[in-house]
Design a protein around this ligand. Structure first.
Ligand code: AMP
Length: 486
């Protein structure tokens, strides 16, 4: 998964991009990069690791210009090394170009094969480079036209930022799998009246809050926004498709303080919690002996909604260490088990003698929940009831969320009762797909200010339903080159 951020028309563009990426760090922790541009050239800095580690003050001071785009990356296509860190930046016959991508192309193998057959040489193992090649070989006249020409040949998920020395372009694929938002950063400091506001674009509007930018709106599925010194031009150059925004962004991925289509992610998650306890009540739960415990941070808002709706006390029965990354990214099963303990510790003061309803957003392999049930019992819980604020994850994502293969997804091969037994829980309840879709849709409808109501089927939920909106090709031969000094 990735996060992208761009700014056009700001005297400290690279610094602003740094702050924007910082706010999007949850979307990717493997590498970070910024490309800035003045009128002469592009300045590129990419590195492995967290944003804070990737850029020193000096690095940013070496990146002049009023335009910058950046990306934080967690590889869902290609390898995890510096070769594949983004933004990609190239020189070609029309000048320089930089690209930052969130999403996964579903026809990348065919595109690469076709391009390699006509002589293209690839530097990266990811899918984004195919877009760069297609832009470079396009015979169209202007950059926006070349971008449209290239994107007309790709399929799948892309929220893209592109820039050269003169302009920045933001595009969202016709189904709008991944989010992309437009904002305005007012001029700061003295003499502000004479200076112009800067446009900003980000995967999530939470990135605007940090830099003091105002959210203007979501970039629509299939919309292309071109920003240059004459202003902003929006167009819809692709055939229209039904919107299929990723529902897992609402469940887990996005920050709770982000809004998409006006719908606040935190509110969606609270509604999911309410709906979850309606669908799966815990028998004889009472405020005297039952507590609702979130798995922090992923289960927090749903647990709040659930506890409030059920009239049960909400307790921090699991305390999170903030100094470890997400356990999901640990490489092997044995280390992953250890990782849960590194991250979460049971708080016996809130658990001893209690019937515990523990709430998380999802179960992937089952490792986290199994470990947690044992830890909660060890800290004195008399019963443990697991509630999950999304349906069973049964299918991998091909549109940019990192999920393991189907064989590793516990719900792909086990019934809910089998999973309950594996977790050693007293009960287990998942939110239904209808309940999830309704929770997202209701929040969107509530926030909707336009006359057209958001469609109830406007979401991709392939990870829960196996209904893939865009067909995909299974990946072929692995790429061999590996940069070892990254
Ligand atoms: P597991 O232990 O494999 O069942 O993983 C479940 C935990 O991973 C839950 O706490 C989720 O919040 C979290 N999770 C779910 N999907 C992802 C993802 N794509 N990347 C990172 N963490 C995830």
């Amino acid at each position: 998964m990735c996060g992208v951020f761009g700014v056009f028309g700001h005297p400290e563009a690279a610094n602003i991009a740094y702050l924007g990426l910082h706010a999007l760090q949850h979307r990717g922790q493997e590498s970070a990069g910024i490309v800035s541009a003045d009128e002469d050239r592009l300045y590129v800095h990419r590195s492995m690791g967290l944003v804070q580690r990737c850029f020193s003050e000096r690095d940013l001071a070496l990146m002049p210009g009023r335009t910058a785009i950046g990306q934080v990356r967690y590889s869902t296509s290609g390898r995890s090394d510096l070769h594949d860190a983004q933004p990609l930046a190239i020189d070609y016959r029309e000048g320089s170009l930089a690209v930052a991508h969130n999403g996964n192309l579903t026809n990348q193998e065919q595109l690469r094969r076709r391009l390699e057959q006509r002589g293209s040489i690839f530097q990266t193992s990811g899918d984004t480079e195919a877009i760069v090649h297609l832009i470079a070989i396009s015979q169209a006249e202007t950059l926006p036209e070349r971008v449209v020409d290239a994107l007309g040949q790709v399929e799948g998920a892309y929220s893209l930022l592109l820039m050269n020395e003169r302009s920045m372009i933001a595009v969202r694929d016709p189904m709008g799998f991944r989010p992309l938002c437009l904002g305005l950063l007012p001029p700061q400091g003295r003499g502000g009246g004479k200076r112009r506001s800067a446009y900003v674009v980000a995967s999530e509007p939470a990135a605007f809050d940090l830099i003091g930018a105002e959210l203007l709106r979501d970039i629509d599925p299939g919309e292309m926004v071109v920003i240059d010194k004459t202003g902003l031009v929006s167009s819809r150059p692709f055939d229209s498709s039904p919107r299929r925004m990723c529902i897992f962004e609402y469940v887990y991925f996005a920050r709770p303080d982000s809004c998409f289509g006006g719908a606040n992610v935190y509110q969606v998650r609270k509604t999911c919690g309410r709906q979850l306890i309606e669908e799966h009540p815990v028998a004889k739960a009472s405020a005297e002996d039952t507590v609702v415990v979130p798995v922090p941070d992923s289960g927090l808002p749903a647990a709040i909604g659930l506890a409030h709706h059920a009239g049960l006390p909400f307790e921090m029965g699991l305390i999170r260490s903030h100094y470890v990354g997400r356990t999901f990214i640990e490489p092997s099963q044995s280390i992953r088990h250890f990782g849960v303990k590194l991250k979460l510790n049971p708080n016996s003061g809130a658990l001893a003698g209690k019937r515990v309803i523990v709430v998380d957003d999802s179960i992937v392999r089952g490792t986290t929940s199994r470990k947690l049930v044992g830890m909660l019992r060890g800290a004195g819980a008399s019963e443990v009831h697991v509630r999950i604020s999304s349906p069973p994850t049964t299918w991998p994502c091909y549109y940019g969320i990192d999920t393991p293969t189907r064989a590793e997804l516990i719900a792909a091969s086990h019934s809910v009762e089998e999973i309950r037994r594996y977790l050693r829980a007293d009960s287990l309840g998942y939110l239904s797909l209808d309940g999830l879709v309704q929770a997202v849709h209701d929040t969107e409808v509530e926030a909707n200010t336009s006359e057209i109501s958001p469609p109830i089927d406007g979401y991709c939920h392939a990870c829960f339903s196996g209904k893939y909106p865009v067909p995909f090709a299974q990946s072929g031969r692995p790429r061999q080159l590996r940069l070892v000094n990254a």
